[in-house]
Design a protein around this ligand. Structure first.
Ligand SMILES: *Cc1c(COP(=O)(O)O)cnc(C)c1O
Length: 305
């Protein structure tokens, strides 16, 4: 049985006016420390690592990566050493994400941007795996077929009827899992957090094909809600996140879920969904990102109230 997250139905005059229902799937509450899709993506990988007798989880990420934080917690909790290869040069003091990862016991190694570009290449993996005892490699963002398998359970765990599932996308692994889990049912919309997110169409199609052997057409990308690009934001986005918190008592994150839900409401305003549509928006977590925002932009969570 897949783990089940609560569905929180939103009350909003706009939704009443448009006749559209939106429920937030609280995947962010799934696991303390490894919230949302990161737990779904790691779950079967951790089982595989254990079954292989691996001792060290090795992975890659940017300096503010939710994935890096999640792997650090997973290692601590499930008894693996962890090594995180971080894009770019070391800066001291460590930012909150990397300090947290270090506190969990993760060893950090830094890759120049040129080296980081090799992160998906087999030869590069072979090199770095030589330097870790009994390693288990997790790709950037944790996206592999076991992660896709874990994310299928986001869908199969939903116990209410729905028409449209909305989810934020970074590498697209979570979106691929949801498309695979839906198996042709309903409609899935992915909201890339990166500028130029169109490239994800190919990645997601390939992941779904590799996992299911099928090609599904009941999904699409909405690429207009990146707010300037990955880890970028606008005053409009922050206002949306604040109002959302005040209305619904749900804290979104600034990198992924805030953009996705802003997109969902924008589409509703444009009458994108027929009257009667039941939308489920997946809250994939990501709240650890706020600590990085406090450091980079001086923006603490006080702005919410
Ligand atoms: C990592 C992350 C995503 C993106 O997941 P992908 O599988 O890489 O697309 C979305 N939302 C949150 C909160 C995340 O931390």
């Amino acid at each position: 049985m897949p783990e089940v997250s609560p569905l929180q139905i939103l009350q909003d005059p706009l939704l009443t006016q448009k006749g559209v229902e939106v429920a937030v799937l609280r995947e962010d509450l799934l696991h303390p420390g490894i919230p949302g899709n990161k737990w779904r993506k790691l779950h079967y990988n951790l089982q595989a690592a254990r079954a292989q007798g691996a001792e060290t989880l090795v992975t890659f990420g940017g300096a503010f990566s939710n994935h890096i934080a999640a792997v650090a917690v997973a290692g601590k909790e499930f008894g693996f050493a962890t090594i995180g290869y971080i894009r770019g040069e070391e800066t001291r003091p460590l930012n909150p994400t990397l300090q947290f990862a270090t506190d969990c016991g993760m060893h950090l190694r830094y890759l120049s941007r040129a080296e980081y570009r090799l992160r998906a290449e087999a030869r590069f993996h072979a090199e770095i795996l030589k330097t870790a005892p009994k390693p288990y490699l997790l790709p950037e963002g944790g996206t592999n077929l076991l992660a896709v398998k874990g994310c299928t359970e986001i869908v199969t765990g939903i116990q209410e009827p729905w028409d449209v599932l909305c989810v934020a996308a970074g590498t697209g692994g979570t979106l691929a899992g949801i498309v695979a889990g839906a198996a042709g049912k309903g409609k899935i919309i992915g909201f890339p957090a990166l500028k130029g997110g169109e490239f994800l169409a190919k990645e997601v199609t390939e992941l779904v094909q590799a996992y299911t052997g099928q090609t599904y057409t009941n999904w699409e990308l909405q690429t207009g809600y990146h707010f300037g690009g990955y880890a970028k934001h606008t005053p409009e986005l922050l206002t949306f996140i604040r109002q959302f918190y005040q209305k619904h008592a749900i804290l979104l994150d600034p990198v992924y879920t805030g953009k996705m839900l802003h997109g969902v409401f924008d589409l509703i305003r444009q009458d994108y969904f027929p009257v009667g549509t039941k939308v489920v928006a997946v809250h994939t977590g990501g709240q650890q990102g706020w600590a990085g925002y406090a450091q980079r932009y001086g923006l603490t969570l006080d702005f919410l109230i």
